[in-house]
Design a binder for this molecule. Sequence first.
Ligand code: ZN
Length: 449
Amino acid sequence: MKINRKIFREYDIRAIYQEDLKGDLPYFLGLAFGSYINRKNLKNACVGGDNRLTTPEIKEKLIKGILQTGIDVIDIGIVPTPLLYFSVKFYKYCSGIMVTASHNPPEFNGFKMVVGDSSLYGEEIKKIADMIEKQDFERGEGKFEKKDVIDDYINFMIERFKFNKKLKVGIDTGNGTCGPLIEKLFKKLGIEFVGLYMESDPNFPNHLPDPVVPENLNDLIEIVKKYNLDCGLGFDGDGDRLGVIDDKGNILWGDQLLILYSREILKKNKGAKIIFDVKCSKSLEEEIEKSGGIPIIWKTGHSLIENKLHQEKAPIAGELSGHLYFADQYFGFDDAIYSSLRLLRILDSEDKKLSQLFEGVKKYYSTPEIRIEVGDEKKFEIVEKVKSFYENKYKINDIDGVKVYYPYGWALLRASNTQPVLVVRIEAETENELEIIKEEFMNVIEKFK
Ligand SMILES: [Zn+2]
């Protein structure tokens, strides 16, 4: 069978519906995924889907395929992605597959897969594509079951979070899948909130549910200021990434959130390792050390960070992009809803406002992500050349691309895992220094391009 292999990406499968994702492809994916877990002697698969219009049809075909390989299917309905991960852990299912295209525009859909303790990625996703191409499937007859998991999830959270203060927060779920669940959960927890775009609407009429794009946070910032809220919480379309606004209306990125979470965790857990990706600020490293932790800088990318967390037995890991993985009192997968409650618990226990919690943290200036289109063939070659150029000039870290440490800042160049682009990010102690580093670094990249 002919498929476009490009849609089988590093961490997930994603495509435009009726273009590369059409016809019986979801059915064949079901056959392949079912066969894959069947060959690992696993028995069942939990299946969930996001709120997209095309999800029910895709999900039905997917389930039909999985069942025909002899694997039992537990259908948990329309839920945010973390609820699929939660179900696999909480009910001890062997695997899970989620129909979702996260924060992408309405015409997209896709799949995220978990087997055992971790997400399927890289070569393993390619194997699934191979199986579809070769029509290499197991056959059998699985049992089908529907299960409502939302109440168990909500009860799990209610048992673990109690709030004494009258916190008042803003929430923007961008008409994604999280809205209705968060509304129910936060009401039960007694958290007062002003909600934006919480009703599910897969046309995303207000903005795309992607809290890492600053424009998408404008409305949330406005209500935080207007109603004097303690913070604003932005959720992505399928609920695995969190964006936060402090009480003054400033955006807090994943690395800043990690500073707060690490401080709390390290109080009880001195010497613990904290994992974060190469894009994070130097201030995170400094604050982890101040709190008695061991900072571990690692490669950017969902499954890479998740695996490093398990490997190092770290209590928490996170990415600049807002994926946060708690393993101290949770299961170690990225759940923005859980992460938001952990933030509120910190606010509940502190006498300070959210913005005041960053007093004493050194301020750095950084560029947003600069993306340079170069093509898949050239991207790694350019990174290698830039690395050789700097190797004897400055201290470098080549764990993921090349990170060059200048006397007053750093510059990172890496090849994107998912796109034919180079990604640059620069940080410095002053705005002036940032400009100087940027000019030099971009010139070097230009030279090797
Ligand atoms: Zn997502």
